[in-house]
Write a protein that binds this ligand. Structure first.
Ligand SMILES: [Zn+2]
Length: 272
């Protein structure tokens, strides 16, 4: 079998749960043929941590800087394991920071809207204003965007269609949990779907894999979250298990699946 190049295009390796074993996590990733890991930021302090970490492992890590919709509103609470953003983010200032580091980053994300953690009625206007502003910025600097759309799938698709009418930049739907009609809508608009490793036990993602052409699929962990295994935190090496499941669902070889997803990764994120 030829060597596979696997990718995890959405992971939070700066999370406190990786603090003590990051080197082992990266070793296991390399042993499992993971070629690239996009480390995702969610707010100003986490974006700075992402840049720093990626500089330390330039071979395998890539940076994706983002403004998580809940953090943007200053509504984040509790201990997520990532830096807590207690006050609304100054979006303009953070976009300026990202602009200054645009040559060091591969994507903008995660960004989007969320009506699970924030009330739709009272926050729709602010969330959609923020989202549009970030999309326009990403278009300006010509970077792909990674979308978080929890309980806001239809609203995000609508705004993306308005702001990016001609596929000006690639759109990656991270962990998309919308119903079938919305999967179809996003697929027809040319969005990519980044499928987490918990696909192996998730009907939602297995349905999505069956509906969407492999040319529009990428793989992620969203680690440390969404682990496919009960007592283990998620980590990039588990992408191999997702590849096996996709191969089974698509009735293709694992090598063929991995090869196509690697090509998708290169297309979306501008690598060769
Ligand atoms: Zn995430």
């Amino acid at each position: 079998m030829t060597t596979m190049n696997l990718i995890d295009d959405h992971c939070h390796l700066t999370h406190v749960l990786y603090k003590d074993d990051l080197n082992d996590v990266l070793k296991r990733a390399k042993a499992a043929n993971i070629k690239r890991i996009l480390v995702s930021g969610v707010n100003p302090p986490s974006n700075r941590e992402v840049l720093k970490l990626v500089q330390q492992h330039p071979g395998i890590l890539r940076a994706s800087l983002g403004i998580y919709p809940i953090d943007a509103l200053g509504l984040a609470e509790g201990d997520s394991g990532l830096p807590l953003q207690k006050t609304p983010i100054d979006i303009d200032a953070e976009l300026q920071f990202i602009n200054q580091h645009k040559d060091q980053i591969t994507a903008i994300g995660e960004i989007g809207m969320d009506f699970h953690w924030a009330d739709k009625e009272t926050t729709y206007q602010q969330q959609s204003d923020n989202f549009r502003k970030i999309i326009r910025f990403a278009k300006q600097i010509k970077k792909p965007i990674v979308i978080h759309s929890r309980k806001a799938e239809a609203e995000c698709i609508q705004i993306l269609a308005e702001e990016i009418p001609n596929k000006e930049i690639p759109i990656v739907q991270h962990c998309f949990s919308g119903k079938k009609s919305l999967i179809k809508q996003a697929q027809e608009l040319g969005h990519y779907f980044s499928i987490p490793t918990n696909l192996i036990k998730s009907d939602q993602f297995q349905t999505l894999i069956k509906m969407v052409p492999l040319q529009q699929i990428t793989t992620e962990t969203d680690g440390p979250w969404l682990s496919p295994y009960k007592d283990q935190k998620n980590e990039p090496a588990f992408v191999l298990d997702a590849i096996k499941k996709i191969a089974e669902l698509k009735q293709l070889s694992e090598t063929a699946v991995a090869q196509q997803i690697w090509e998708n990764y290169c297309t979306v994120y501008g690598e060769k």
